[in-house]
Structures are given as C-alpha cells and as structure tokens.
Ligand binder design. Structure first.
Ligand code: ZN
Length: 172
C-alpha cells in the first residue's frame, strides 16, 4: 500500500528517530509500503520519517538500469561504521523536496551496519550512487535534509518554493 510522502518543511522531517527495538510484522509491512511508495514516486531511497513514521528504517534501490533486476534493500537501525577520506560530489534530490536538485559532497565509500527484515545484523560497503543514497537516507533519521548542506540563502529559496508548493496543493 502506497503512503503519502511528507513535503518539506514539516516538523516530522526534523526529528531524530529512535532505534527500532524489535522488528514486528507491522514494521515489515511498513518497509513493504515504503518500497512500493519509493518505486511509484519514482525514487531510489526513502526513510520512514518521510511517510510520517519516526522509526529508524530506510529502504533503497539504486539500480538505475531498467533492464537490470531490482535490488530492494530494507535497513533497520542503519549505522555508518566507516567512511573513506576520499569525497565525491553528486547532484542530490529528495522525494520530500520535489524537483529541487543540488550538489552535495560526501564520503565516496561507506561501510554500513544494519538489521535486515528478519532482525539479522548485516554489514556491507557501498560506493558510487549507493554510498550517496544510503548516507542521504540515514541523514533523514537524524532530522537532516540534503539542503542543510547548502548555503543558507539557497536553502531558504528552496524552502520558500516548497511552502508555495504546499499552499498550492492545499488549495487544489
Ligand atoms: Zn530525501
């Protein structure tokens, strides 16, 4: 089942989400809903606070080639365990900040630890788009958006555009 995606600014997008204590069927269903919502958008990552649920849960699939098999990943309590010194710049966007893109610099490679949907601990290295995406999604769990990396003026401009978009949507 698809869920509505919150649009910035929203106080729920600024909260630090507490860790998931145990992975219930309800949380697994939430992860499935989030994947469906992400693919439908379409997007390559989604964090639980973006659908208004303040739990440490993210989903992602950064396979861009339409002919390649999908690679959906579900991560409960994801943690950055190590980062490379080398940085990488990607033009990022966000489903909560539609049609706005900006370059953000982040570590090129990251090692992430998390619990999978069965509660088993996993650990994996990511690079390229996957590394950028997983860091962007983990930021969401800490109340941080990609526009928080931008200069204040640019951030305010984008926020005003989103406020206008929300007013228009409310009237529609
Ligand atoms: Zn985002």
């Amino acid at each position: 089942m698809k869920r509505p995606i919150l649009i910035h600014p929203d106080p729920r997008l600024k909260k630090v989400c507490p860790p998931v204590a145990d992975i219930s069927d309800e949380l697994r269903a939430l992860a499935d809903d989030m994947l469906e919502t992400m693919y439908d958008a379409p997007g390559i990552g989604l964090a639980a606070p973006q659908v208004g649920v303040l739990d440490r849960l993210i989903v992602l699939d950064c396979v861009k080639d339409e002919a390649a098999p999908a690679q959906p990943m579900v991560m409960f309590n994801p943690e950055v365990l190590a980062v490379s010194d080398e940085l990488n710049v990607y033009e990022e966007g966000c489903l909560s900040i539609p049609d706005q893109y900006a370059e953000v610099e982040r570590p090129r490679e990251v090692r992430i630890g998390w619990l999978d949907r069965d509660g088993n601990p996993q650990e994996q290295d990511f690079d390229g788009l996957w590394a950028t995406c997983v860091q962007h999604e983990i930021d969401h769990l800490n109340g941080k958006l990609f526009i928080d990396y931008l200069k204040p003026l640019r951030r305010q401009m984008i926020t005003r555009k989103m406020q206008k978009l929300k007013r228009e949507k409310a009237r529609a």
